[in-house]
Ligand binder design. Structure first.
Ligand code: ADP
Ligand code: MG
Length: 270
């Protein structure tokens, strides 16, 4: 598989008063077309910063990014804005509360000239159905929806412009466990159906197990480990990764045994 996105030695520093926060420190990784790469790490490890740099919301302090063979600068071409989309943790902050669901979706279609103008209203209904909502939700306001339903709308909007790379920043972290599982299932189905590439950001390692092909572990702005999901869970190399896995809620006896083994190794190494 060829790389859809290459991140090369990207750093991002924030000036906070007289201090400098190194939110990203020479981070490099690639995302293959059709892959789901998870980015995990504790709060403050730089996960949202890399999402914002990939989206062009923040400029990198140094380093470069290549998207589908072209440099990805902070000033985006419309085409890059269409092809790379973000789904945030809180859909209320990304959906205009004064706009109906249908109008929000329609705007995405208008901005990116998707389909025939006359067909766009019908397309908003189709998009809603694609994310498991009734087409007549078009007329509703975001406030009239549940958290899970709103997140489905945010996903529909990210897909409306026929995006290819979707950066999901803690997309299910604000949802109840049951709703979380359903939204994850939806994301997996959409990925298959639309041949999408995901960067799936979460502080919760248990969420990535079913959805991610590979996992990148961030710690204080650095990428400290990158491997297949299976390798990461069975033979984590970095001490920090072991601790993260140790904090994952245990759901089966096999996992309990694995966790105990990892903990024993931890002590043996100490
Ligand atoms: P995460 O998403 O992993 O919780 P963030 O990427 O949000 O972490 O933050 C990484 C570090 O950068 C933190 O120390 C945070 O305080 C700092 N940071 C993030 N955004 C800003 C900003 N806009 N201004 C100053 N510091 C920031
Ligand atoms: Mg974050």
């Amino acid at each position: 598989m060829s790389a859809l996105l290459s991140i090369r030695s990207v750093s991002k520093a924030f000036a906070v008063g007289s201090n400098t926060v190194r939110a990203l420190d020479t981070v490099s990784f690639e995302v293959a077309k059709g892959e789901c790469l998870a980015i995990v790490g504790e709060s403050g490890s730089g996960k949202s910063t890399i999402a914002n740099v990939i989206l062009g919301i923040y400029g990198a302090t140094s380093g470069e990014m290549i998207f589908d063979g072209e440099p990805l600068d902070q000033t985006r071409t419309k085409r890059h804005r269409r092809r790379i989309q973000l789904v945030q943790q809180n859909p209320l902050s990304s959906l205009n509360p004064r706009r109906s669901i249908g109008a929000s979706l329609r705007l995405a279609l208008d901005v990116h000239d998707i389909g025939d103008r006359k067909a766009r209203d019908a397309e908003t209904g189709r998009l809603l159905e694609e994310v498991g909502l009734p087409a007549d939700f078009r007329t509703r306001a975001p406030a009239a929806l549940s958290g899970g339903q709103r997140q489905r709308v945010a996903i529909a909007r990210a897909l409306a412009c026929q995006s290819e790379l979707v950066v999901l920043d803690e997309p299910t972290s604000a949802l109840d466990v049951l709703v979380q599982a359903r939204v994850l299932r939806l994301l997996q189905d959409l990925k298959e159906k639309r041949n999408l590439t995901y960067i799936f950001i979460t502080h919760d390692l248990s969420v990535v197990r079913n959805i991610a092909d590979r996992v990148a572990v961030f710690e204080r702005g650095k990428l400290v480990e990158l491997g297949t999901t299976t390798d990461l869970f069975t033979t984590p190399k970095h001490d920090y990764t072991r601790r993260l896995i140790g904090a994952v809620p245990v759901v089966s006896r096999e996992e309990a045994a694995l966790r105990d083994r990892l903990m024993e190794n931890d002590h043996a190494d100490a």
